[in-house]
Ligand binder design. Structure first.
Ligand code: KIV
Length: 266
């Protein structure tokens, strides 16, 4: 399989060929995902929710992101490897932003970073990109701004908010992002943004007209048995499979059915 790069992603928009991306946080999952020729793997800071058990992404650190990126890197066989810059690792100063992006690339082995926000962070995007690190933007529902947004709600529902999102998208494109994640916005707004940008849009809860799609791997595999947002499609029910396997193991050990003849050294 050919190694995917940012050129692959840009070329796909030109050819109207959909871009595929999934989040991933560990070696074995990276091995499985990349064996299926996925275009990009995102070590998302959703790590905080789905792997570290936090209520939101805010406590996630640069060290956490580097640790998990290294693990994913070892399993990834060809996807473009993008890592989220966590909350407060790029907001405070341009210097912080470049230093932390550099750590994620040098120590973690990521090939690009993702940051959340629009016009207010263009100086950081420009600086990171000028430091030779490809940057993905993220607009719409930006989970690092959860305390400001006031909950996990669909964004861009008023005309003002639509206009703001479109001008943010243009501003971050101008600043140097090579792709933009659009999260939880109406399909028509995502379509408009997709049509007015030269760089690809990758949607999560942003409808059918984005240039690509991304999902959180744990959501699409059904790792949790609680309800997921409407935009998630569960492609498997892994939580059920794991629970059944563990229950069968416990029962068989208790009943003396495991280990059996074929599991014993003679
Ligand atoms: O952290 C994450 O998983 C993300 C995706 C939802 C795009 O940013």
């Amino acid at each position: 399989m050919n190694k995917k790069t940012i050129l692959t992603i840009l070329e796909k928009k030109r050819l109207s060929d959909k871009i595929t991306m999934l989040t991933c946080y560990d070696y074995v999952t990276a091995k499985l995902i990349s064996s299926q020729d996925i275009d990009a793997i995102l070590v998302g800071d959703s790590l905080g929710n789905v792997k570290l058990g936090y209520e939101n992404t805010l406590p996630v650190t640069v060290e956490d992101m580097i640790y998990h990126t290294k693990s994913v890197k070892r399993g990834n066989s060809g996807a473009l490897l993008i890592t989220d810059m966590p909350f407060m690792s790029y907001e405070i100063s341009v210097e912080d932003a470049v230093k932390n992006a550099a750590r994620i690339i040098k120590e973690g082995g990521a090939e690009a970073v993702k940051v959340e926000g629009g016009g207010e962070i263009v100086d950081k995007i420009k600086a990171i990109s000028n430091a030779k690190v490809p940057v993905v933007g993220h607009l719409g529902l930006t989970p690092q701004a959860i305390n400001k947004i006031g909950g996990f709600k669909v964004q861009g529902r008023t005309e003002d908010k639509c206009n703001k999102l479109i001008s943010d998208a243009k501003a971050i494109e101008e600043a140097g992002v090579f792709a933009v994640v659009l999260e939880a916005i109406p399909e028509q707004l995502a379509k408009e943004v997709t049509l007015c940008l030269k760089v690809p849009t990758i949607g999560i809860g942003a409808g059918r007209y984005c240039d690509g799609q991304v999902l959180v791997i744990d959501d699409m595999l059904g790792m949790f048995d609680n309800p997921t947002p409407k935009f998630v499609k569960k492609y498997a029910d892994i939580s059920k499979i794991i629970k059944t396997a563990v229950k069968n193991y416990i029962d068989e050990v208790k009943e003396g059915k495991f280990p059996q003849e074929s599991n014993i050294y003679k």
